[in-house]
Ligand binder design. Structure first.
Ligand code: SDX
Length: 429
């Protein structure tokens, strides 16, 4: 490959394409002109395993080295030294906020932390059996109807107003979604509290008792939300970007991202991990049986919480969460046999040829559910907590796409259907 140029030979004809290099020395072939210069040739790449959708300055991953950075800051530093609202500001605006900037950001968010009471009528229409992710996606989309100014946002100022609106209202929807299933009154918490503290109060305050914050739980949730905050062009973020590229409003784009995250191959894995571990526990803790199922190609079972499209070494978030799980359960005095089963499964998989050959390691979802459960969060709410953490990342990526005025996303295809054929009347079919 000559410097900065890639040459493609098709039917004896050579075509040259520029090579672009990122700030972390990633290389990409810019094929913007491929179809035009070759008379219609395109590339195809199911699941986009080899295809970049954009250039982004928000999050950097190195899957081989297990590196994750938000705007250049190592995830390990942010998880230990920053709080979730600081990280949200960093992801969205590109810099760690000063004290004054953070206070103004939080003040602007608090001003927008009330949800139109008519949203409760939509919530009431759901059966208690509804999965919280479906409820949350619907309520997030419904917010557009009550905040129409959040749709046509071309100026940074209008984008900012839509951003603080959703950062204020989303935690309320998260809490209401959980409390509705539990038959509890819908609460607004207390705006004098910190962002994460107020999420916990809205979720857990009992109507007949004062609510006391547990600093261990506050710190654990803050850390978990930071660890989930962004992850470059994953399935749900790519969904937010492509829906946003049609200039659908921010809330509609986020609702689409919530739906993508719901899937068990993506954010829904944290719920699936707990259900899998619970199933193994009820099955007598026979991890070897489930390892065999995961390797059996005739069995659709996969070891949930294992494997990753990008991390082919370890997921740095899993390392941090595994350590936090020990600390939180110890501090809370919670003995959970599920944690021991998880650790047993992990150590078996790390020595198993099938998993080692395919570079399948625990991912962010493998241990997070264990902490959520110890915090008293229902299993069906685990992916909702993932969405709460991912919200600033989705917002940051949507804002970057809009500010860069990126074109509407519209992939091509290779047609493999019927060639032209004449219409047949029904009497002749
Ligand atoms: C998240 O992209 C992100 O950044 C996502 C995320 C984020 O922060 O946004 O990190 C969050 O979604 C984490 C992933 C959560 N999902 C799970 O834990 C579900 C279980 N994992 C898998 O379904 C799978 O590993 C994926 C979906 C995560 C990745 O799938 P890929 O990259 O498409 O890999 P693949 O399906 O092509 O698998 C390669 C091989 C296959 O075997 P062979 O055909 O080569 O024989 O590995 C096998 C797969 O069968 N394999 C597994 C497995 N994961 C992959 N076998 C058993 N158990 C598994 N978990």
């Amino acid at each position: 490959m000559s410097d900065n140029i890639a040459t493609l030979e098709i039917n004896g004809e050579k075509h040259e394409f520029p090579i672009i290099e990122g700030t972390e020395n990633e290389i990409a072939i810019d094929i913007k002109k491929l179809r035009g210069s070759t008379g219609g040739v395109i590339t195809i790449d199911p699941g986009y395993k080899n295809t970049g959708s954009c250039q982004s300055g928000i999050t950097f991953l190195d899957g081989e080295k297990g590196v994750l950075r938000y705007r250049g800051y190592a995830i390990e530093d942010l998880a230990e030294k920053a709080d979730f609202l600081e990280v949200a500001y960093l992801l969205i605006f590109g810099e760690l906020p000063t004290k004054e900037q953070l206070e103004k950001f939080h003040k602007d968010i608090k001003k927008e932390s009330v949800v139109d009471d008519d949203v409760k009528k939509i919530l009431d229409a759901f059966p208690k059996s509804a999965h919280p992710m479906g409820v949350l996606a619907s309520l997030t989309n419904a917010l557009t109807a009550f905040n129409p100014s959040s749709v046509n946002v071309d100026s940074e100022e209008d984008m900012y107003k839509a951003i603080v609106k959703i950062l204020g209202k989303f935690p309320v929807l998260v809490a209401w979604t959980m409390r509705k299933k539990q038959g509890l009154p819908l609460d607004y918490g207390d705006s004098s509290l910190g962002y994460v503290e107020n999420v916990l109060k809205m979720m857990f305050k009992q109507p007949n008792e004062a609510y006391t914050l547990n600093p261990i739980v506050v710190n654990a949730l803050d850390k978990l939300l930071i660890l989930h905050a962004d992850h470059e062009q994953n399935c749900s973020t790519s969904t937010v970007r492509i829906v946003g590229s049609s200039h659908a409003g921010l809330f509609a784009s986020l609702a689409a991202g919530i739906s993508a995250l719901w899937g068990p191959l993506h954010g829904g894995a944290n719920q699936a991990v707990l259900e899998m571990l619970e199933g193994i526990r009820q099955d007598g803790g026979d991890t070897k049986k489930y390892m065999a199922k995961a390797k059996d190609k005739s069995d659709p079972f996969r070891l949930m919480g294992f494997g990753h499209r990008v991390y082919k070494n370890f997921d740095p978030r899993a390392t941090i969460i595994k350590k936090a799980a020990d600390e939180v359960l110890g501090d809370l005095g919670v003995e959970d046999p599920i944690l021991d089963i998880a650790k047993g499964l992990e150590s078996e998989a790390l020595e198993d040829k099938y998993f080692v050959d395919r570079k399948l390691y625990p991912n962010v979802d493998f241990y997070s559910g264990i902490i959520y459960r110890a915090m008293g969060i229902p299993t069906e709410m685990f992916t909702v907590m993932f969405a709460l953490g991912r919200l600033p990342g989705w917002i940051a990526q949507w804002r970057e796409m809009r500010l860069r005025k990126e074109p509407i996303g519209r992939p091509r295809q290779v047609y493999i259907g019927e060639n032209h054929r004449e219409f047949k009347n029904i009497s002749n079919r």
